[in-house]
Design a protein around this ligand. Structure first.
Ligand code: FAD
Length: 395
């Protein structure tokens, strides 16, 4: 007897939660489940700013997919999705045969939003995946290593474009990393410039003002320079050109200014807004009852009709909910509408500092930093229980 085919694209926060949920919800003979991901490992995107700054090794931000799913229940294919064909109910892969499906879960994450800034794609680095953060760290260290010979200030100047969540967390890690890096390369710490450039009139737009002030004060006390209300107009091989024409010469430019949808989703014929799909209350793509889109590839609106920011928290909740809904569909049951329940937000400012809101409680300093680590451990727990926490977790 043939069973429904479920194909999950992407083993990030959303995809893995769906896979884990289906593994738990469905019996052995109820569905044929396939998970496709371009790497053999899952990278913990929320930790990528650490290896990008060099405060931890990139292996701390990844784990093998086969160690967290039951490969007897879920077939794992390591390949790159090249196209989604919703009309034909097919997914095309770069190397393998096309996959057909009855239910498709698209959890391919996002891509950097460059807002059309000239030269950004060519000259800036992006905190996106394991390889991109390896390159940032290696590049920055190489630039520092050249300073003794060339004595060019731009070699030890780092521009971070965007002072949203990722930008601020990365700047916080850089602040932690600099003393050691400067010792290693015999560079006086005060010579290093970390410049965070933001087009909006504030750092961490939309975040609580008191907490934003705390973060700015802390980071400024460590030497970070903030340029707010300052759009970057162009990124060149030599640095960035700001609105009004001022140039900052910098050998390392890291862009963290925004997320848009995945190109594969954008090219699938499904209606998108900046590459992301406005899903219905059951997380379905418009026009396709059997295609579900979650995580950074999706757009979910709040009651005021404003989109929720793309977060791991959102992707995780969507994945958990969707697994239950697909199991119900397969058994002839009803779909339940998805309702996002924000649990709070914490932004790290390095290892020992953070700001955050949990419920209606504001937190700063070491207690916020501790809570951030608990949130990280929770993800490991959801993926692999206490044994994974003990194996991979660090406080
Ligand atoms: P992802 O987790 O990005 O997973 C997508 C997966 O799809 C990846 O494994 C990718 O390799 C794979 N993939 C992509 N394209 C293809 C293809 N064509 N073929 C095959 N596989 C493909 N959110 C929070 O809630 N809290 C935080 O503290 C936080 N901190 C962050 C810090 C940083 C530095 C960054 C970059 C992000 C942070 N976020 C945070 C946001 C959060 O990481 C994302 O919202 C979340 O990862 C989205 O999950 P996802 O499943 O949609 O995509």
């Amino acid at each position: 007897m043939s069973v429904p085919k479920i194909v999950i694209l992407g083993a990030g926060f959303g995809g893995l939660m769906t896979a884990k949920g289906l593994q738990k919800e469905l019996g052995y003979n109820e569905a044929d489940i396939t998970l496709v991901n371009q790497n053999s490992y899952h990278y913990i995107t929320t930790k990528l700013h650490e290896p990008a700054a060099g405060t931890s090794h990139h292996d701390h931000a990844r784990l093998s997919i086969s160690s967290v799913i039951n490969t007897n229940r879920i077939k794992f294919i390591q390949d790159r999705v090249s196209a989604i064909k919703p009309e034909a109910k097919e997914v095309h892969l770069e190397n393998g045969e096309p996959l057909s499906y009855d239910y498709l879960v698209v959890a391919l994450g996002g891509a950097p939003e460059t807002f059309g800034i000239k030269g950004l794609l060519e000259n800036a680095f992006f905190i996106r995946n394991i390889n991109s953060v390896r390159m940032i760290r290696e590049h920055m260290e190489y630039m520092f290593s050249r300073y003794q010979e060339e004595k060019r200030e731009d070699l030890i100047t780092i521009v971070v474009g965007g002072a949203g969540f990722t930008g601020i967390e990365y700047v916080g890690e850089l602040v932690d990393r600099m003393p050691e890096l400067c010792r290693e390369y015999d560079i006086p710490l005060e010579k290093v410039r970390i410049i965070n450039v933001e087009a909006a009139p504030t750092v961490l737009p939309g975040f609580d003002k008191e907490l934003v002030d705390y973060a700015v004060k802390y980071l400024e006390s460590k030497g970070v320079e903030f340029l707010i209300s300052t759009p970057i107009e162009e990124c060149t091989e030599d640095g960035v050109i700001l609105k009004g024409g001022k140039e900052i010469k910098a050998a390392t430019i890291v862009w963290t200014g925004g997320v848009r949808g995945n190109k594969v989703v954008e090219e699938s014929g499904i209606e998108t807004m900046r590459g992301r799909v406005k899903v219905d209350e059951y997380l379905r793509a418009p026009g396709y009852d059997n295609v579900f889109i979650i995580g950074d590839s999706s757009l979910v609106f709040n009651e005021q009709e404003r989109p929720y920011p793309p977060t791991a928290q959102m992707a995780t909740q969507q994945g958990q909910h969707l697994a239950k809904n697909i199991a119900s569909l397969i058994r002839g049951g009803e779909l339940k509408p998805f309702k996002y329940e924000p649990k709070g937000t914490i932004a790290s400012l390095g290892n020992k500092e953070a700001i955050g809101i949990l419920g209606d409680k504001k937190m700063t300093g070491w207690s916020a930093a501790f809570m951030k680590k608990i949130v990280d451990l929770r993800w490991l727990f959801l993926l692999g229980g206490i044994s994974l926490v003990l194996r991979k977790g660090k406080l």
